[in-house]
Design a protein around this ligand. Structure first.
Ligand code: BG6
Length: 513
């Protein structure tokens, strides 16, 4: 598909997101021949920069973060000639009239009205200001060409999210707004739709009749790194659950879409959030767990606790771990619990959705045969390993009927032999193509906030007395295990796609999906 001509304006052009993600992704798209024939990238910020200085700074980012690693000088030069810098104060109308002139000049030179993309890679406070300033300069008028890209955090709670949505939509029409949740750009996340709805095999069993429960784990090895200032006001529920985990929940639980139309898919996702059983304030303690990491050891090295991190209060009550048990009240999922957990400083970076199936209705094998029986499960491995594992029972070789759990694996790398693009590449390409399928609509964001509000409110009102309550490099507080064990279940151990070779030697065979 040929991408239309584009002027890509980055507010916060000298910032970290631009350096780490936006420019490396645009560069990779360009190197893969996926940028439009004509495009311009205008980085805007308050600092004084000459184009050459900016290029040097961006090249450094590209060398570190580009998907393909090594950067050929010709590729960089080819790309960099499209990139310019405009200094400006985002609160000053002159910044926007200058920008309007630059856009008009490019449109005139190219003899076409290009797509004008305004990407706000700025601190959240500017997100309430820039859209109106753009509108005052007339840069919002063309509903097809002018597009606004908004990064998270999208509000701090339901009220602030509503206010933010109202402010933005006063200046831009909903169809012009692209709210990013970078999880939606991940190949493996998009593949949930492909897996569920492009195969007739799984959909018939994807319901309460066959599914016992679902677990969603998004675990990070890293702590808050250099983002303590932001994180200490956010916490795991706002930073990860309200957005990334909710997206995973929606994709796993949604009804089949009628067509691959952006609003059709987004409607189906909002339906899931609206069906989540509201958590009453009284029930928060039973179905939500919070945690904060203390010091610990990782690979034999000492790791500091959250309260010792830079820009974090030494008395911080912010949660770095959150677990929830939710129900989706509809025909498909009635009474099937969805257990969600996420945390920082856990033993392994792993994002997985596991669908745990019910047992067989009648156990006809002799008790001896099934001593090592595991219930069948399907693991959608989002990252770092990308693939799907289906666990089921098989007969162990030998004269006796012995059953053993085995795994069938689909591994992206092995099957496709092409690297997955970075989520931002996909998302930026979609913005350029004016395709909003992978972006969040205002109603979805508000529905996600709404269902988390009781938890946020109860947690804000009651001080956690036992923080820190898990050591760095452990799987979170004991209460999170209790959330499962109370129901006679356990959090699943992360799977490994690379375990195939080991399996091969221990079981003498392997099965590939
Ligand atoms: C961001 C959060 O949205 O997602 C971070 O703000 C988190 O705290 C990050 O580390 C995780 O993203 P990924 O793609 O590394 O899983």
């Amino acid at each position: 598909m040929e991408v239309p001509f584009v002027i890509f304006v980055i507010f916060g052009g000298a910032g970290d997101l631009t350096w780490r993600k936006l420019v490396p992704s645009l560069f990779d798209l360009h190197r893969d021949g996926r940028m439009p024939k004509k495009f311009a990238i205008i980085a805007m910020d308050r600092a004084q920069f000459r184009d050459a200085e900016l290029h040097k700074h961006f090249l450094d980012g590209v060398k570190r973060f580009s998907r393909k690693g090594k950067v050929k000088s010709a590729d960089w030069k080819n790309f960099a000639r499209h990139v310019t810098y405009q200094q400006g104060d985002f609160k000053d109308p002159a910044t926007y009239s200058n920008l309007a002139k630059s856009c008009a000049k490019l449109d005139k030179d190219w003899k076409i009205k290009a797509g004008h993309i305004f990407h706000m890679a700025t601190p959240p406070v500017m997100v309430g200001i820039i859209p109106k300033m753009l509108a005052d300069a007339g840069l919002n008028r063309d509903r097809v060409c002018a597009r606004l890209v908004v990064e998270k955090p999208l509000g701090h709670d339901l009220d602030s999210a509503r206010t933010l949505n109202r402010t933005i939509t006063e200046s831009f029409h909903e169809s012009q707004i692209f709210r990013i949740d970078h999880y939606l750009g991940k190949e493996t996340v998009q593949n949930i739709l492909a897996f569920r709805f492009a195969n007739p095999l799984f959909e018939p069993i994807w319901n309460r009749r066959y599914v016992d429960y679902v677990t969603i784990t998004v675990a990070e090895e890293v702590g808050v790194e250099h983002r303590g200032g932001y994180y200490d006001h956010a916490g795991a529920l706002r930073d990860m659950v309200q957005n990334h985990l909710m997206q995973l929940l929606c994709l796993v639980a949604m009804e089949p879409m009628v067509s691959f139309n952006a609003d059709e898919i987004r409607n189906k996702k909002v339906d899931v959030l609206r069906a989540v059983r509201p958590v009453s304030h009284r029930a928060v303690q039973q179905c939500a767990v919070r945690g904060q990491y203390g010091k610990g050891r990782f690979d034999g090295k000492k790791v500091r606790g959250y309260r010792q991190e830079n820009d974090v209060s030494p008395h911080s009550k912010t949660e770095t771990f959150a677990a929830l048990k939710l129900f989706v009240d509809n025909w498909r999922w009635q009474c099937v619990p969805f257990y969600l957990r996420t945390g920082k400083c856990l033993p392994r970076q792993v994002s997985e959705v596991t669908v745990h199936f019910r047992g067989v209705p009648h156990q006809s094998f002799p008790p001896d045969a099934s001593r090592r029986w595991d219930l069948s499960r399907l693991v959608l491995s989002i990252q770092p390993e990308e693939g799907i594992v289906l666990g089921f029972q098989a007969k162990y070789p030998g004269p006796r009927m012995l059953l053993r759990p085995v795994d069938m694996r689909f591994n992206y790398e092995e099957s496709f032999a092409v690297p997955s693009p970075d989520a931002y590449e996909t998302l930026l390409w979609d913005v350029m193509n004016n395709d909003p399928t992978l972006f969040m609509r205002a109603d979805q964001i508000e529905a996600a906030w709404q269902l988390l509000m009781p938890v946020l409110e109860v947690w804000a009102e009651t001080s956690p007395r036992n923080f820190p309550n898990y050591a760095a490099a452990t799987w979170g507080p004991a209460a999170a295990d209790l959330l499962m064990t109370r129901d006679g279940r356990n959090w699943p151990l992360p799977i490994s796609l690379a375990a195939q070779e080991k399996k091969k030697t221990s079981h003498g065979r392997r099965l590939l999906l």
